[in-house]
Design a protein around this ligand. Structure first.
Ligand code: C2E
Ligand code: CA
Ligand code: CA
Length: 947
């Protein structure tokens, strides 16, 4: 009967033990964040150990398991020790719950532990020396008085102490809510003692103690851990500790003055947002988990310290580490483990982290300050990686905040796969900010960054539908992956380009590649979009190009050029043609421009714009340019030998050629070989050189000048250089881009723009040549505003050397004589636009006719005959308002008057003036002598008297 009851008692205890062990193991899984929980676990452990002992002891005492007396005695000693330990940890547990300061003080803790330890030793000593005092002799008496005294001493002392502490705290704080907390804390020791006593009184018939303790722990675990600990201290996603714990842990380090043994690590996941956006939050969570796992494994396991998730994608850890090297190694290792876990978890891609660490100071410092330091280290790492480090794998562009190329290369493949699985057709659009370089040069990189931000903002505003992925691909390239149908896409691109050029002084170009279904090679796709973009070239009107056969043809041609250029040059398939340049003043041919022509036996004539840029990119252009230069010299030499005058020839040199000063020597070698004076040769360089190689430009120009060449700026206005930076470079002439003449009509804006350019150039002492003249109105207008030279199909297309030779033989008088060059140039320096160029109000009318100051240039021969070299509309109106039929009517009185004036000022530097009456109005005529060759040139203007 007794045995049965004892067995039941013992089994009940074992069941409680099983349950408590379960609690303990799960409580341990949650890491020991706080002292409270540490002591909780310790108490739980001791409780289990005690109950186990008690259970076995019951079985022994009641001979359910028959054992020797010695073992029974040993068990009762064990129970005393367990009870002592239990009392101590219980006290500590309650003390830590009460947050008594002593729990942080090791010395004090040891002091508290001293009595139970001492008592236990004493008990064991006595048991060894005088067992009869400790153990009962007869079987029916379970405990001696001594035994009971020692057994109950510690629990009683601690319980009383705890009760005093808790009750007093409850009393002190009786008006605060916290007092209830203290009262609740008394439950545990009270429960233990009361139930212990009841149990003894019932002579251990029911395991009340075991039940109540188990109940308490279960309650405490679920209540307090779930609320107080779990939520407050654990990050549910990673199982790592959170901020609160971190602060606490840090405090304990400061208290121990052990700061300097630790390193503070800061680790940040790159592009979590993008991962969430592209793959969804499950993937993002997995990534975070993988990082957490890796950090826990690498940093916390085996090291002293703590890892915590600080915020969304931020982790911090404080770890005992010896040196910077070791810290760096840990970071490296963490990266490796992240990769491992990413693979294990089937993540779409390896999460990338930025990491920074600092050696902690010895003295306490605010956490914010430390975090800031670690953060700036982390940022520095990001920065250094950006410039080509092995792990340059950050997903966000720092300037615009858009995802970057790394991001693209990591995710695009999968994204495209996903779209293709859903049966959607994707397009890749590569945007280029045209004029970005020039902008940076002019305004600096800071402004350049602002510009990029602005552009990215406009792009973002227009492309943020759920399937649009927009990113900054390279320096001035943005990239868009989209599923929009092509028509609305094109419309949107147009709008965006408009918005950009309205907001900033740059343009936006787009190359589009539409992916085939199922095609997911992203690199190739971007390449084709890029090809499309590049096919736009320098055109100012074209905004986008879609990749297709035409674009591909360009690339095939490039391949052809690269493969065949050298051979074609050797075989004489590439030759120079010559297009005449006319002097506006005389209508004579001033010079010829050498233009390259490639005549392929199979492909026929290949125009230069189909091979020049390819040769430039391949750095082969100098071969071509020097060959053309040589052909020009050869032609001049041949004409000289044939007794013909040498025509002036201008030769195009690529900006690429001018990037080295050696080009001057190369050119000189050829010229000297044919012994052609440098004044017969002009150098043309594209305006784009100003942004491509501005540094040595002036030096190269100076070297050419030194050698006697003029240097002409080609295609002025085609790029993004302005009239403003023209004055920084010493060009002799500028060729105004033929784009300005496109859409030239009587009333067009081009007139105003061209006038402005000519006016400005004259003020700067630079001659002007307008290209692309195709009709007489254009020629007349340019003549009127004083643009010195003209070139275009109106005067002739380019001629073969033979055609040029024939032309010269047949029309010798049409070629300007070289010795008149200076003379005409002097005359041409006159700026007929200096007096108010045009009336603003009349801009819509023909500009030439609105230059309201009558001006003319006269040329006087030795025999007293004179001709009008130039006159403007204002003068024509004035003269025709008199009774003259024609401006050049020599019989008129006005002509005699002019002749008189010319005689007066010839050879003088000062102007002369006199009055003349036109149709009853008196005019003051001012005249100035300009130049003399065989003939003399004069300019005069007329002003109404009194005006
Ligand atoms: P560019 O130097 O501006 O040459 C003028 C281009 O305009 C020539 O085209 C010429 O044939 C064309 N053109 C002349 N008058 C008219 C006109 O009234 N209307 C129209 N629509 N076009 C006219 P081309 O020969 O095809 O040359 C194109 C460009 O190729 C040249 O532009 C020049 O930049 C480059 N280039 C030509 N030859 C060489 C060379 O030997 N070396 C280098 N580096 N570039 C060259
Ligand atoms: Ca040219
Ligand atoms: Ca040109």
């Amino acid at each position: 009967m007794i045995n049965d009851r004892a067995l039941a008692y013992s089994i009940a205890e074992l069941v409680c033990i099983a349950f408590l062990t379960l609690l303990l193991s799960s409580s341990k899984k949650i890491k020991r964040y706080t002292l409270q929980q540490q002591w909780f676990n310790a108490t739980l452990t001791c409780q289990i150990l005690y109950l186990a002992g008690d259970s076995i002891n019951t079985l022994f005492l009641n001979q359910i398991i028959p054992v020797s007396r010695i073992l029974t005695n040993f068990m009762s000693i064990y129970l005393t020790l367990a009870m002592n330990a239990l009392s101590f940890v219980t006290f500590m547990y309650v003390a830590s719950k009460m947050e008594l300061p002593l729990i942080h003080d090791r010395k004090k803790v040891r002091l508290i532990a001293l009595p139970p330890v001492a008592l236990s030793f004493f008990d064991m000593l006595v048991a060894l020396a005088a067992p009869q005092i400790v153990f009962p002799n007869s079987g029916n008496q379970n405990f001696t008085d001594f035994f009971s005294l020692v057994f109950l001493a510690m629990p009683t002392i601690y319980t009383v102490t705890v009760l005093i502490l808790t009750f007093s705290q409850a009393f002190i704080n009786r008006h605060k809510r916290i007092s209830r907390y203290y009262l609740a804390l008394t439950v545990y020791p009270l429960l233990m003692t009361t139930c212990g006593v009841i149990e003894v009184m019932l002579s251990q018939r029911v395991a009340i103690y075991a039940y109540s303790v188990t109940f308490y722990f279960a309650f405490a675990y679920f209540y307090q851990l779930n609320y107080a600990i779990k939520d407050a201290t654990i990050d549910s996603l990673t199982g790592l500790r959170n901020r609160e714990n971190f602060k606490e842990y840090l405090d304990s380090i400061w208290r121990a003055e052990a700061g300097s043994q630790y390193y503070l690590f800061m680790i940040d996941m790159n592009g979590l947002k993008s991962v969430n956006d592209v793959y969804g939050h499950v993937e993002g969570d997995k990534a975070i988990k993988a990082i957490g796992k890796a950090m826990d494994e690498v940093l916390e396991v085996g090291n002293e310290g703590l890892v915590c998730r600080y915020g969304g994608d931020e982790f911090i850890a404080i770890i005992k580490v010896d040196s910077d090297q070791e810290a760096a190694k840990l970071v490296q290792l963490t990266r490796e483990r992240i990769a491992h876990y990413a693979q294990e978890e089937y993540l779409q891609s390896t999460p990338q982290i930025a990491a920074g660490y600092i050696h902690m100071p010895r003295e306490k410092q605010p956490l914010e300050k430390l975090l800031k330091q670690a953060d700036s280290k982390m940022y520095a790492e990001k920065q250094s990686m950006k410039t080509g480090d092995r792990a340059a794998n950050f997903f966000t562009d720092e300037i615009t905040g858009l995802p970057n190329a790394n991001y693209f290369h990591n995710f695009a493949g999968k994204y495209l796969k996903k779209l293709s699985k859903e049966g959607k057709q994707a397009s890749i659009v590569l945007f280029n900010v045209a004029g970005m370089h020039a902008f940076n040069d002019q305004f600096g990189y800071k402004k350049g960054d602002e510009l990029l931000r602005k552009v990215s903002q406009i792009l973002h505003e227009n492309f943020h539908e759920s399937e649009d992925v927009l990113l900054r691909y390279t320096e001035d390239n943005f990239l868009l992956v989209t599923t929009r149908p092509i028509k609305p896409l094109l419309a949107r691109i147009k709008k965006v380009a408009g918005d950009v050029s309205q907001a900033e002084s740059v343009g936006l170009k787009a190359g589009i590649y539409q992916l085939d279904k199922g095609q997911i090679d992203v690199i190739a796709a971007v390449d084709l979009a890029k090809r499309a973009m590049q096919s736009i070239g320098k055109s100012r009107q074209q905004i986008y190009a879609i990749y297709g056969p035409e674009v591909q043809a360009i690339y095939d041609r490039q391949d052809f050029v690269l493969l065949n250029f050298k051979k074609a040059l050797q075989d004489g398939e590439i030759s120079a043609y010559f297009q005449p340049v006319i002097r506006s003043l005389t209508g004579q041919v001033h010079s010829f421009e050498a233009l390259a022509r490639w005549e392929d036996p199979e492909r026929g004539l290949i125009p230069p714009d189909q091979f020049i840029s390819t040769l430039e990119r391949a750095r082969l252009i100098q071969l071509l340019d020097l060959a053309i230069f040589e052909q020009a010299c050869q032609l001049q030499d041949r004409l000289k030998q044939a007794g013909l005058p040498i025509p002036v020839i201008s030769v195009n040199l690529s900006p690429v050629d001018l990037q080295s000063r050696g080009i001057v020597d190369e050119v000189e070698k050829i010229r000297q070989k044919y012994d052609i004076p440098a004044k017969y040769l002009k150098i043309e360089v594209l305006e784009s050189i100003i942004k491509e190689a501005p540094d040595q430009l002036n030096a190269v120009i100076a070297a050419f000048h030194q050698a006697g060449y003029e240097v002409w700026m080609d295609d002025f206005g085609s790029g993004y250089s302005s009239l403003n930076n023209l004055k920084d470079f010493d060009f002799d002439l500028m060729k105004i881009d033929m784009e300005f003449l496109k859409g030239f009509t009587e009333n067009s804006q081009s007139k105003i723009i061209i006038s402005e350019i000519v006016d400005m150039a004259k003020r700067l002492g630079i001659a002007t040549l307008c290209e692309g003249i195709e009709n007489q109105q254009q020629a007349d207008f340019l003549q009127e505003i004083g643009c010195q030279f003209q070139q275009g199909y109106l005067f002739g297309k380019s001629l073969t050397p033979e055609q040029l030779e024939n032309f010269l033989t047949e029309n010798l008088d049409q070629l300007e004589k070289i010795d008149l060059d200076d003379y005409y140039n002097q005359i041409d320096q006159v700026n007929v636009l200096t007096n108010p160029i045009h009336k603003q109000a009349d801009q819509k009318q023909s500009l030439g006719e609105n230059t309201d100051v009558p001006i003319a240039v006269l040329e006087l021969a030795a025999d007293g005959q004179f001709t009008y070299l130039y006159f403007n509309h204002a003068l024509k109106r004035l003269i025709l308002s008199g009774n003259q039929e024609k401006v050049t009517d020599m019989e008129s009185g006005f002509n005699a008057f002019l002749l008189q004036l010319m005689r007066r000022c010839q050879g003088q530097t000062d102007p002369v003036s006199a009055e003349f009456t036109f149709a009853n109005a008196i005019y003051t005529i001012r005249m100035r002598w300009l130049a003399k060759q065989k003939k003399n040139a004069f300019i005069f203007s007329a002003a109404k008297h009194g005006e």
